[in-house]
Write a protein that binds this ligand. Structure first.
Ligand code: SF4
Length: 535
C-alpha cells in the first residue's frame, strides 16, 4: 500500500474524507451503524483542530452543523437512519436557505434491522428536501464521494446527503487518499437574510430557486462519473440489464460471477436519478433487474421513466424479497429468475453460526431495577410499562418481561402521559438518562406542569451504553437538578440504588410512587458496569 493508502471501514473513510476536506467540526448523536464516523474524528479532534462533541439529539446536531456552515465553514453531521426522523425538520427546511460553507449530512441505514427499530430508507427524505445525494458502493467511494459532497454543497449552497448502509459502513477495504484540501476556517457573516430567513415572503422565492437548482442537480447527475453504463464484453442476454446502486452493485457483480454470466449494468451513485442516462440504458432492453439495498426507491423511479418499455423486476414484484437486506444470494436468485436459469445455482457458502440473542450483561443495573419494578407492579392493575431505546429495551425478554412497548426515542414518557390522561391507573415510563435528554424533556415539562398521574423511571447509568459508552449529557446531579427545575415535586422525586441488597427498599419506593395520584419520578442511579470497570 502506498503511504496515502489506508485500510478503512466505510465509516472511517467518510471521517477521513471530512478531515481531508478541512471541516471545522463534526456533529452527531450516537447510533449504529454511523457511530464510528464521529468517533474517528473525535479521537483526532485536537490534532485536526476541529470541534467534536456529541450533541443532545440529531436535530440539535444538524442545527449546530448548520450554524457552522452558515458562518462559512465546512461541517459534517452524522446519524443513523431513524436519527433523520428527529433531524428531518431542520434538514428539509435548511435545503431552502443559502449557506456560505459546506454542509454534508451522512446517514447510515440499517437494512435487516440489525440494531434499529425499523428498516427505513433515508433516500425518500431527499425527495422531500430536494437536495443532491450520493450512495457509495465501497470504501473508496465513501472517501471520494464525501470529498465531492463538500464541493457540491458549496457550489450549489445546499446541504448534501451521503447514504450508507450497514455492510458498507462496517466493512473494511484499502482506500487511496487524495491531497487534503486547503480551506479557510475563518468566520464569515453578513449573509443576505432574504436567503436565510424562512418568512413566507422570502421562502417562496427560495423555494422557486431550489426547484431551479434541482434541475441543475439533475443535469449534474447526467454527467457524474458516479453514474455510468457498464457494457458486458459477452452479454449472456443483450435484452436483459441490471440497474444497481450502493452495495447492490457489488452484489450484482457477485451474482454474475456465481451464475457464470455477464450482463450490461447501469451503476448509479449520484442523484437525483439521471433520467436521460437511464433512458439510454433502457432503450434496447426488455427486462431490467434492480439491485438496491432498502426499499424499492430506484425501482419506483425506473417504473416512471420506463413507461411501457422494459419490464422492471425487483422488490416490488417479489423477484427480490421485500424485506431484509440485499445479499449476493438474493441478487443471484433474482438474476437467475430474470434470465430463466435454475434457482440459486452456486449460492455462497453458509457458515453455521449459532444464534446469540442479545441480553442484559450479568450485573447490569437495569436488571435490579426491573426486578424491583416487576415486584412493585404485582397486584397493581391495570398497568402498562412504556419503554424506550437503549440497553434497557432488552428488559422485554425473559426473565424480566418488564416492558410492554418500544417505539422511538422519547416515546415512553409521551405514551405514558397519554395513557394516564386516558385513565390508565398505573402508567409507567422507563427511559435511560441519555434518551431522556435526547427526546423526553418537553413531555416531562408538560407532565410536571399538569401533575399527570404517572410514574417515570429514569435508568441513569451515566453513559450511552448501547452504542459504545459515549458520554451522557444529563445524568447524576445534573439530571436531578433538571427534574427539580422542571417542577417535579420533591417528595415524589426519588433516587434508588439498583443493587440486590437494596431490593426491598427499591420495591417499596417504586410501589409508593405508583400509588401516588400525580407525577412521580424515580431515578435508578448506578453506573453501567463497563463504565465502572473502565473507571
Ligand atoms: S452495557 Fe451496561 S447498561 Fe448495557 S446491558 Fe451491559 S451493563 Fe447494562
Amino acid at each position: 500500500m502506498s503511504n496515502r493508502t489506508r485500510l478503512l471501514l466505510g465509516d472511517e473513510a467518510v471521517a477521513h474524507a471530512a478531515a481531508d476536506s478541512g471541516i471545522g467540526g463534526v456533529f452527531g448523536y450516537p447510533g449504529t451503524p454511523a457511530t464510528e464516523i464521529f468517533e474517528w474524528l473525535q479521537k483526532r479532534a485536537v490534532e485536526l483542530q476541529i470541534s467534536a462533541r456529541w450533541s443532545g439529539n440529531e436535530k440539535v446536531a444538524y442545527e449546530e452543523a448548520l450554524g457552522m456552515a452558515y458562518i462559512g465553514q465546512r461541517a459534517l453531521v452524522v446519524m443513523k437512519s431513524v436519527g433523520l426522523n428527529v433531524a428531518a425538520d431542520a434538514y428539509i427546511n435548511s435545503a431552502l436557505v443559502e449557506l456560505l460553507g459546506g454542509l454534508v449530512l451522512v446517514v447510515a441505514d440499517d437494512p435487516s434491522i440489525h440494531s434499529s427499530q425499523n428498516e427505513q430508507d433515508t433516500r425518500y427524505y431527499t425527495d422531500l428536501a430536494r437536495t443532491p445525494w450520493f450512495e457509495p458502493a465501497n470504501q473508496q467511494e465513501c472517501y471520494d464521494m464525501t470529498r465531492e459532497a463538500f464541493a457540491v454543497s458549496e457550489e450549489f449552497k445546499v446541504p448534501v446527503l451521503v447514504r450508507l448502509v450497514t455492510r458498507i459502513a462496517h466493512s473494511r477495504a484499502p482506500v487511496q487518499l487524495a491531497e487534503p484540501a486547503v480551506v479557510s476556517r475563518g468566520v464569515r457573516t453578513g449573509a443576505d437574510r432574504r436567503v436565510s430567513t424562512l418568512l413566507p415572503e422570502y421562502a417562496r422565492v427560495m423555494n422557486a430557486r431550489l426547484w431551479e437548482k434541482h434541475a441543475r442537480f439533475a443535469e449534474r447527475a447526467e454527467e457524474s462519473r458516479w453514474n455510468r453504463i457498464v457494457r458486458a464484453r459477452q452479454p449472456a442476454r443483450q435484452k436483459v440489464g441490471v440497474v444497481c446502486c450502493g452495495a447492490g452493485c457489488n452484489y450484482a457483480l457477485e451474482a454474475m460471477q456465481m451464475l457464470g454470466v455477464e450482463i450490461d449494468h447501469l451503476k448509479l451513485g449520484f442523484y437525483p436519478a439521471p433520467a436521460r442516462l437511464v433512458r439510454e440504458f433502457l432503450r434496447d432492453k426488455q427486462d431490467i433487474l434492480v439491485l438496491e439495498d432498502g426499499y424499492p426507491y430506484v425501482e419506483e423511479r425506473l417504473l416512471g421513466i420506463a413507461g411501457t418499455g422494459p419490464r422492471i423486476y425487483g422488490r416490488s414484484d417479489g423477484t427480490i424479497p421485500a424485506s431484509g437486506e440485499l445479499t449476493p444470494d438474493r441478487a443471484a436468485a433474482g438474476l437467475a429468475a430474470v434470465l430463466g436459469l435454475p434457482p440459486e445455482p452456486g449460492a455462497t457458502r453458509k457458515l453455521a453460526i449459532p444464534p446469540r440473542p442479545p441480553s442484559l450483561c450479568p450485573g447490569c443495573p437495569h436488571s435490579d431495577t426491573y426486578r424491583a419494578l416487576n415486584e412493585a407492579l404485582e397486584n397493581r392493575a391495570p398497568s402498562v410499562v412504556f419503554s424506550d431505546i437503549g440497553c434497557y429495551t432488552l428488559g422485554a425478554f425473559e426473565p424480566y418481561a418488564a416492558i410492554d412497548t418500544t417505539i422511538e426515542m422519547g416515546a415512553s414518557v409521551g405514551m405514558a402521559k397519554g395513557a394516564a390522561q386516558g385513565g390508565l391507573r398505573y402508567s409507567v415510563a422507563v427511559i435511560g438518562d441519555s434518551t431522556f435528554a435526547h427526546s423526553a424533556l418537553p413531555t416531562l415539562l408538560a407532565a410536571a406542569a399538569e401533575d399527570t398521574p404517572m410514574t417515570v423511571v429514569i435508568l441513569d447509568n451515566d453513559t450511552v451504553a448501547m452504542t459504545g459508552m459515549q458520554s451522557s449529557l444529563g445524568s447524576g446531579e445534573r439530571l436531578l437538578g433538571a427534574l427539580r427545575g422542571f417542577g417535579v415535586a420533591e417528595p415524589h422525586l426519588q433516587v434508588i440504588d439498583p443493587v440486590p441488597k437494596e431490593h426491598a427498599r427499591n420495591v417499596r419506593v417504586i410501589a409508593d410512587e405508583l400509588d401516588h395520584r400525580g407525577l412521580s419520578v424515580v431515578v435508578a442511579q448506578r453506573e453501567c458496569i463497563h463504565v465502572a470497570r473502565k473507571r
